[in-house]
Each structure stands twice: as C-alpha cells, then as structure tokens.
Write a protein of this length. Sequence first.
Length: 135
Amino acid sequence: VIFLILKYQKRKKTSIEAAILEKENIINSADAITNFVGTLPEVEKELLKELIQYSLKDKKMPAPAVNKILGVTHKDSDIQKARRSQAITHINEYFTSNLKVPGLLISRERDITDKRAFVYFIPEELVKIISPFIS
C-alpha cells in the first residue's frame, strides 16, 4: 500500500512539473517572439505584418506587393529580386536563430497564374503563433 501511495505521489509530482515546464516554455516562447518582432528593421516588420494579413485571409502575397513594401517598385527587376531575397532570407534566418525553430517563417511558391513569378506566404500554423505579437 505504501508503495502505491509513493508511486502515485511521484506521478502526480511529475505531471505538475511537466505543466510548470510547459508554462515556462510558453512564456519563454512569447518573450522570444516579442524580441524577434521588436528587433526587426521597420521595413521588414511592415513586410511581416502584410504577409500575416494576406495569410490570415488564406491568400498569398504577390511579388509586386512585396516590392512596394520594400520600396523597390521603380527599380530594375534584378534589384527587386535581390532586395526581396535579402529581406525574406534575413527574416527567416533571424526567426530560426532567435526562436530555435526549424523551417521557414516565410515560404514561397510559383504563382499559379504566371509560373515565372513567385507568391509569398506564412504557413497557417505559424500565422496563428506570430500574429498576436504583430501590432
């Protein structure tokens, strides 16, 4: 009987410790996300906000919209492509290094209407996590 009581208390203590650890992980994640968003350059923060808005509507952001936010709409197409790549790569690398999360925050795929162009989006599961921290 004593053995069963001790085993029950140990299991109860383990589940309480697990709940506390999970709560700490959530708080640490929230702090990390807040820090990630807060330290992004303004133009990249604006790009992230717009991408979230598109993704919340289950839409994908076309390259010309990304160019507009980055301020390169009247530049040569090679400059536009390079600036888009730099901004998105910076956000993705900063996201994975700060939050220790594998994978990309911002993904891209070919536009279904024009296979030469790309559209950009944030996967649904990440939008739900990140969107509360973007103001």
